[in-house]
Write a protein that binds this ligand. Structure first.
Ligand code: SF4
Length: 307
């Protein structure tokens, strides 16, 4: 057990056995959820070469770790190569990832590109640098995927990243739009996948502590954290505390979209709908108060009776 967990044991008063059991459950849960996302979205297929983008943050370490476990068990054959982009940020500890990956015995590539200087040169002091930095990083990673012959690019975004993006787009962008679990890259050549899409950030955080991943801080560039994202994260944490199950329910709503009950005329042909005289048990109940159909997945909440 590592020092972090010793502290957990001391602060929670749980026995070492109980903690080991919980950790084992956590590992199983992550494997199940990552496996489920891969299956649901057909993310990885026979013969794929998957480039796992490793930033040194908790989520990308967890992604690599779980993918390696799943590859051992998978009935299909696929390759994994870990890639880190060293953006030459001041004080970036460039020995940590190579040492970790060598120890793991996995093929890896470190791409050295000084995007830090470019961003500093082009963006005036005090302005947010993340947007240009991410664009540069994206282009470089696509090129590296080409050079390494990788057809899939795996990113470590988790459920909470997806929800935060969803709320950011809704609150500030006027769009119902999240972060896809699978998409074609904007150069049209690669498939980008997010196998951690069903994993809660809290679990990823705990897993990183359990495994003692050598985390590299993400604020070395000196950029300020996106305040709007920070606020939404705070809001979600508060909901989770006050209304257990709410965040889970919102996440589940992203997979249960009813275009006929939204307002997007491109998504649903409102102009052409006709009353054809056929009763539709799933049709609207325009004059009734809409009951909330509580998802059965929300623990501790009994679904409302319909009808
Ligand atoms: S936090 Fe720094 S390294 Fe990360 S995207 Fe923003 S500018 Fe780039």
């Amino acid at each position: 057990m590592n020092a972090v967990l010793d502290n957990v044991a001391a602060s929670t008063g749980k026995s070492a056995e109980k903690i080991a059991l919980e950790n084992n459950k956590l590992h199983k849960r992550l494997c199940r959820l990552v496996g489920q996302a891969i299956g649901d979205f057909n993310m990885i297929e026979e013969g794929d070469k998957v480039m796992v983008c490793l930033s040194g943050g908790k989520d990308s370490y967890a992604l690599l770790d779980i993918l390696m476990t799943l590859r051992e068990r998978a009935p299909i054959d696929f390759e994994i190569i870990a890639v880190n982009l060293d953006q030459k940020q001041p004080n970036f500890p460039d020995h940590i990832l190579p040492a970790y990956l060598k120890e793991l015995g996995i093929p890896f590539h470190i791409e050295n590109q000084d995007t830090y200087s470019i961003v500093k040169r082009l963006i005036p002091e005090g302005k947010t640098t993340c947007s240009l930095c991410s664009r540069l990083r994206r282009g470089i990673l696509y090129r590296v995927a080409d050079e390494l012959g990788c057809n899939k690019i795996a990113l470590g975004h988790h459920r909470d990243d997806i929800l935060e993006t969803f709320f950011l787009n809704m609150f500030f962008g006027g769009k119902i739009k999240g972060m896809p679990a699978k998409l074609v890259s904007d150069d049209g050549k690669h498939m980008v996948i997010r196998p951690m899409a069903y994993v809660k950030e809290e679990d990823s955080e705990r897993y990183a502590a359990v495994k003692g991943f050598p985390i590299i801080p993400c604020d070395l560039c000196g950029s300020q954290e996106n305040l709007q994202r920070k606020q939404i994260k705070g809001l979600m944490r508060e909901w989770e505390k006050k209304f257990p199950g709410r965040v889970e329910s919102i996440f589940s709503s992203l997979s249960t979209v009813v275009p006929s009950h939204l307002m997007d005329r491109d998504l649903f042909g409102f102009k052409d709908i006709k009353a054809d005289g056929q009763a539709n048990p799933l049709g609207d109940i325009a004059f009734d108060e809409e009951p909330c159909s509580t998802p059965t997945t929300v623990p501790g909440i009994i679904p409302l009776q319909q009808g």
